[in-house]
Design a protein around this ligand. Structure first.
Ligand code: LLP
Length: 422
């Protein structure tokens, strides 16, 4: 990728050789490119020029404060799903007025804090949530801006764990039930109906499911207008896929151009503010995971390369059978004898599911540094402390400078909240 170029056989992050970062910060270590984050975000901004819009970066993809900060400075809003994510936005200097709050299980205290901070919109996913939000706003003497997350029942054609727009999953309100629930929302004193939203899944590589969802949302917007409910915004969620292994998803420009063309066809939809909640398409290809080969272990029918990163650091391969690119960082001829084989790249965690890649044709020796590609999204944010392993350091590269944006967890911190019995 352009921000992680190979120069003279050596993989870099922008202007810095990855080997240098490994010596400076240790491994495993996440390395991000500031320019990549910026460009991926600005691709949305540019495609939306001339149209009222807000690009709300989905924090769940990568919520490091440095990432929030850099996107906030470019004008981003944020899509959050918890009080923790909201407090991260505040801590990083983001603007709560540009926050949309998604998620199926918002608690009272989460709603209250978001109301106090004056967020842009609550994406409400059920009738009981709507009632809870109204009661919460009433207690505070406020009105909550709401959008209903509808479930347009389209098949996003992606992995079942990350497909969210079909009628038999927990997300959203069935589109057929939406008019009645909008009427209820309109009738509640402490709610202000402002929009509609949907999110049909993640890692979509085709335009068609997005356009199908849009069509159904437009029908709903028209129906609501006929019922006297005028919406101000249309939030199409996130979901645009990225290139992990040669996929060719539509670019933000292509996607948004198609949407704008369709929306321009009616006076009602032309006026709507457009909101997006992209996560992966901004973050995934803005990061890599650096890891070192500890041992090579030939088995009867396999070659294992045992590395110092495991499923606790990067769970996507174990959880979704996700394929992530794995390359040797330094491919210069250094005289070291290497073994060429189809390696299973496995971690230190005591689980057979602990792998980052299988059957990878590589030429390796113990001590080699590897880079796992597209590791800027759903990577560090899904890391855990399983096996009492400290989570990796995170480093942001900006041209020829590198900033430690999260230190490797000190071990004692892992049990700092625990107590021995009296
Ligand atoms: N909005 C909502 C309401 C969402 O649920 C999500 C992602 C997004 C926006 C951002 O979607 P994106 O643009 O990133 O596709 N851990 C999985 C992905 C889970 C996505 C969950 N929701 C993975 O590693 O593939």
């Amino acid at each position: 990728t352009p921000h992680f170029p190979r120069r003279d056989g050596v993989l870099h992050a922008e202007g810095i050789a990855l080997g240098e970062l490994a010596s400076r910060f240790g491994t495993p270590c996440y390395v991000y490119s500031r320019a990549a984050f910026s460009e991926h975000f600005l691709a949305y901004e540019q495609a939306l020029e001339g149209c009222p819009h807000l690009v709300c970066y989905a924090l769940k993809a990568n919520s490091n404060l440095a990432v929030i900060d850099l996107l906030a400075r470019l004008g981003a809003g944020f899509d959050i799903v918890s009080l923790g994510e909201l407090e991260r936005v505040v801590a990083a200097g983001g603007d709560p007025a540009k926050v949309v709050f998604s998620g199926v299980a918002k608690r009272d205290d989460e709603m209250a804090r978001a109301l106090e901070l004056g967020i842009k919109c609550f994406n409400v996913e059920s009738l009981p949530e709507l009632e809870r939000l109204n009661a919460c706003a009433a207690r505070l003497g406020l009105r909550a801006p709401v959008s209903l997350r509808v479930n347009p029942d389209v098949d996003a054609g992606t992995h079942p764990y990350i497909s969210t727009g079909l009628k038999d999953n927990k997300f959203g309100i069935a589109i057929g039930d939406a008019p009645a629930i909008y009427a209820r929302a309109q009738a509640l004193d402490h709610l202000e109906v402002v929009g509609v939203d949907c999110h049909i899944g993640s890692q979509l590589t085709e335009l068609a499911p997005f356009m199908d969802a849009l069509e159904r949302l437009i029908t709903l917007v028209e129906r609501l207008a006929a019922d006297g409910i005028r919406l101000r915004h249309l939030d199409l969620g996130g979901g645009l896929g990225v290139d992990y292994n040669g996929e060719t998803p539509p670019s933000p420009a292509h996607y948004i151009c198609a949407l704008r063309e369709r929306l321009a066809r009616s006076a009602l939809t032309r006026e709507l503010e457009l909101i997006f909640e992209p996560g992966r398409s901004i973050a995934a290809n803005a990061g890599v995971l650096l890891t070192r080969v500890e041992f090579l272990k030939p088995a009867e029918t396999k070659h294992f390369a045992i590395i110092d990163a495991g499923m606790n650091d990067l769970i996507r391969p174990a959880l979704y059978q996700a394929w992530m690119r794995i390359e040797r960082v330094d491919q210069r001829d250094d005289g070291v004898a290497r073994t060429r084989a189809a390696y299973d790249i496995v971690g230190p965690v005591c689980e057979s599911g602990d792998f980052l890649g299988k059957q990878r044709e590589l030429e390796l020796a113990a001590g080699d540094l590897l880079a796992v590609g597209s590791a800027g999204a759903y990577a560090f944010t899904m890391a855990s402390n399983y096996n009492t392993r400290a989570r990796p350091a995170e480093v942001m590269v900006d041209d020829d400078q590198a900033f430690l944006v999260r230190e490797r967890e000190p071990l004692a911190q892992l049990w700092a909240g625990e107590r021995r019995l009296p």
